[in-house]
Write a new protein. Sequence first.
Length: 392
Amino acid sequence: MIGVNHQNMNETNKYVLLKSIVTQAPISRAELSQITGLNKMTVTGLVNEYIEKGIVGECGEANSTGGRKRVFLDVLPDSLLTLGIYIGRDILKVGIINLKGQILQSESLDLSFMENNDVFIKSLFMLCDHLLETKYKEGIWGIGVSCAGPLLAKDGVILNPPDFNNIRDLPIVERLTERYKLPAYLQNDMCVAALAEVYFGNKQQYNNFIYVGISGGIGGGVIIDKKLYTGSSGLAGIIGHSIVEMDGIQCECGQCGCLEKYSSTRAAVRWAKNNGASKELTWMELLDKATKGDEICTKAIERMMNYLAVAIINMESAYDTECFVIGGDLHFCQDIAIHHIQEKLQKRAFSWGKITEVKVEPSSFMGSASFIGTVLKWSLQVLWAVHHLSVQ
Ligand SMILES: [Zn+2]
């Protein structure tokens, strides 16, 4: 029989309340009650509990219409710290991130030399060990990992991301919990990036948007009604493997002509090399040369943008979203991408007679959304479910 467990209900309320304080602060108890639908007594009780634990504090007051003062609440950001781990194609980032998504300290490592899982894990542990020796040590409650898919978030296993430096079938959550005795969670990098925009970014005015991250690979995170939409098997938004060229370049995913093979930073570099650029060319050099008017590098970027626009217009057709948020490692090229996509989408909107324009905006965090987002999902849930409040 399915029934509502009272304990679960109470924990869910705690989670909803804390999430609202994190995203909406400064906020009064009355406003919290309005937003969450919890009655005022419940809100007051839960807030008191958070204040006692040192997670929430009062941060000012204002006159309210009834003459009584409204006291505002906010989280104490450093009261809950996450050891955040972002595993990209080219870089591993490990850092300490607080409840407001601020990175307090971080270290990174070039990933291109990894030979296998063991070498990777050794390097990862080295960075984690180092950060766990810092002054923040006591405040760390758990570990959040974000990584390119495919992965099994529920089981904490990285499967076989294409072109991923020989890292595959890695039960990363198990390895981390074994060593550090802390709860750990794994999430798709683009999903947490999209959530980071919802929680900490400046995209709160949108109910629906799609985050598109462009780096060595390409991925997307879909937000519908302010919630992450992952699809029936967790694969919604994998824009990198939408087909932009029939019978095109073979992709590691098994298909041909995937966007990733045309519009990722790696693809642009590869194309430039095949068309006469130096065999040692890197993405940063390509960008630099393009600004100086180098013909091949400029063409490489144009080509990259044209394919990207095709895939994004297809996504718009499928989702009818309000905004595309562009993140990843585009650097100054981000503005070019935004302008280019905006132009193409506008043309399309005219042909459909669409009244509101689809926005295209840069990520709130430059290339760090997938890293900052590691604090999400797990940290608030762990807070109410595992540690502080339920288990004394
Ligand atoms: Zn593919």
